[in-house]
Design a protein around this ligand. Sequence first.
Ligand SMILES: O=C(O)CCC(=O)C(=O)O
Length: 282
Amino acid sequence: MQIKRLSDALGAEITGVDVADIDDVEFAEIHAAFLEHQLLVFRDQALEPEPHIEFSKRFGAIETRPERPFTLPGYPEVSVLSNRMVEGKPVGVLSAGDFWHTDLSFGEIPCRATFLHALEVAEEGGDTEWSNIYTAYETLSDDMKARIADLRCTHVFDRRRNRRAQVDAQFADKADEIYGVPVPDAVHPMVRQHPETGRKSLYISPRFVVGVEGMEDYEAQPLLDELFEHQIELKFRYRHTWRQGDLLMWDNPCLIHIGRGDIKSPGIRHMHRTMVLGDRPH
Ligand SMILES: O=C(O)CCC(=O)C(=O)O
């Protein structure tokens, strides 16, 4: 197994391993690399849904929910992200991550790791970008760290309640069905401690965070705007151009990410995704 750092900000590429067939020694090496680099890119994975699910489960319990649109038939654990249309209808979610976010932070127990496998990639477009919220936190001034140390933020699923996010065009005519599902808001610390490394991160994102508990909006919104801008400074970021067979896994307590879209027609980008749950943020 070869592990090569991908950028100063985050990420490593792993070659020479088949994630469908790893032993405990390889798993320990992958796990250590995951904690060190936050995002791992496994090249050339011909991964069927079952081994994809099995590999994911080594890192936590798989998240499923009955309302999730576009799961793979027979595999509620696997979501399909795709711009393929069959008889005029999309076969997957077109824009799963069009605003900076960390997965499932609207839940009481958010996502620990996400596993996204590229079955088909377009010639142009469809990159994904991550930003390191460990370093975003660590580079704040001491004054700002003291100011936000005990703050807690409200994370909401419903895009209609977030002035920084718009309803996906794909779901515009069924916003009630998609966003009106009864998902309670979650309140999480703004500064989160990673469950394994103990490092602190700036655990907010414009897609899900709409307010600060106990703080009026006239104060909270400018603070959030300032922190959202800081979180995505270029020096914290890594942008990935996908190759067919890439399996990426990322550590949500310490990264935010965004799907860049802009897939050039007639290119098809078709991906399978699993997510595993982590701890209650503290
Ligand atoms: O498709 C992408 O590039 C990003 C997907 C994403 O943001 C997600 O699955 O949470």
